[in-house]
Design a binder for this molecule. Structure first.
Ligand code: HEC
Ligand code: HEC
Length: 299
């Protein structure tokens, strides 16, 4: 906070407290000592019920003074006067960090115990999975859904179809380092114009049996072999090293309709799984990897 605003706020607060003290003391002295008729305020109810201009009751004033004393003690103890930190040294960040450190001290040994286990055993351990499920609920549901079935552009983690693979190392890497999928738009040299791109689309959809490839589509097979195969595999079953999905099954990240596949080819796709390593650390990443593995294991 710039010094000027700090002094402005601190000065304003102090002046306001002084003004409150003055106002309460002043109003304590108001009102008549000896009541005469001129001290009636002039309100009259039910014929003879009248209101006097009485001083504020003492106990009421004391309550005001108590709140003022509380305020003074508060701004001395806690941050409240501009940039002054308060003598107790309390701060929001400090409290947050203390709570996080407490939680880490309490839970980290539990995480560490689980993380030492062998991966398959961890994935089959009910307590580890319960922990994994709660981590999943905090960090992953926004994108992969509360049931982990994903959505368009966000892979389903419960089927046995993996873009980047489901070995321990692959799942760990997906979560810890994140994944950046690069599907470039098909260059004109490989499919020039809409008609050719439609033929290529038809060829791609024929790989999973969605349509029959006619001659024009079949003529695109060499394009697939020279250009697409690097990332999607020679037989179209995908390449986990580059995140090229399997194009021969009925699982589609962006949809398998004619329009969806056409758009994938014409515009490219760039799915991003953010890195969670910094956030989770190694132990929790391993617990989550095992939990994700358990979602589809044995299916
Ligand atoms: C440089 C690597 C690369 C090349 C070359 C490439 N792709 Fe892809 N492709 C990918 C990646 C990675 C994805 C996944 C994109 C994502 O997850 O956002 C993808 C996604 C797709 C999809 C969407 C799949 C789905 O499940 O929705 C289709 C269809 C596709 N590619 C077809 C092709 C065809 C046909 C070619 C050749 C003309 C090709 N790709 C060339 C990397 C590549
Ligand atoms: C901001 C959205 C987002 C969040 C949050 C997110 N993911 Fe992802 N995740 C994605 C996207 C998008 C992909 C697909 C990347 C691609 O296109 O290849 C993905 C891919 C994955 C994969 C690889 C799937 C495969 O088929 O190989 C795994 C495993 C995964 N996420 C697990 C998690 C876990 C566990 C969490 C929670 C710690 C998480 N994700 C949080 C968006 C997200």
């Amino acid at each position: 906070m710039p010094a000027f605003w700090s002094w402005f706020i601190a000065g304003g607060t102090i002046l306001f407290i002084i003004w409150c003290v003055w106002l309460v003391s002043w109003s304590a002295k108001q009102g008549p000592v000896q009541k005469t008729d001129s001290d009636l305020v002039g309100h009259r109810w039910d014929g003879d019920l009248e209101e006097w201009n009485n001083p504020t009751p003492r106990w009421w004033l004391y309550l005001y003074f108590l709140t003022i004393i509380f305020t003074i003690a508060y701004v001395i103890a806690f941050p409240g006067l501009g940039a002054f930190d308060g003598v107790l040294g309390w701060s929001q960040e400090g409290q947050y960090e203390r709570e996080m450190a407490d939680a880490a001290a309490r839970y980290e040994p539990i995480y560490a115990n689980f993380a030492e286990m062998e991966f398959e055993a961890l994935a089959a351990h009910p307590d580890a999975n319960a922990l994994g499920a709660s981590l999943y609920a905090s960090y992953c549901t926004t994108c992969h859904g509360s049931d982990a079935r994903g959505a368009r552009g966000y892979p389903n983690l419960t089927d046995d179809d993996w873009i980047w693979g489901n070995s321990e190392q692959q799942l760990y890497a997906s979560i810890f380092n994140g994944r950046t999928a690069v599907m470039p738009p098909v260059p004109a040299a490989f499919a020039n114009g809409e008609a050719e791109l439609r033929n290529l689309t038809r060829y791609v959809r024929s790989l999973s049996g969605l349509v029959e490839a006619d001659d024009a589509a079949e003529a695109k097979a060499p394009v697939f072999a020279t250009y697409c195969a690097t990332c999607h595999g020679a037989d179209g079953t995908g390449n986990p090293l580059l995140g090229g999905p399997n194009l021969t099954d009925d699982v589609w990240l962006y949809g398998g309709s004619e329009e969806d596949v056409y758009t994938s080819l014409a515009e490219g796709r760039n799915g991003i799984m953010p890195a969670h390593g910094q956030l989770l650390g190694e132990n929790r990443t391993k617990i989550l990897a095992a939990y994700v593995y358990s979602l589809s294991a044995g299916r």
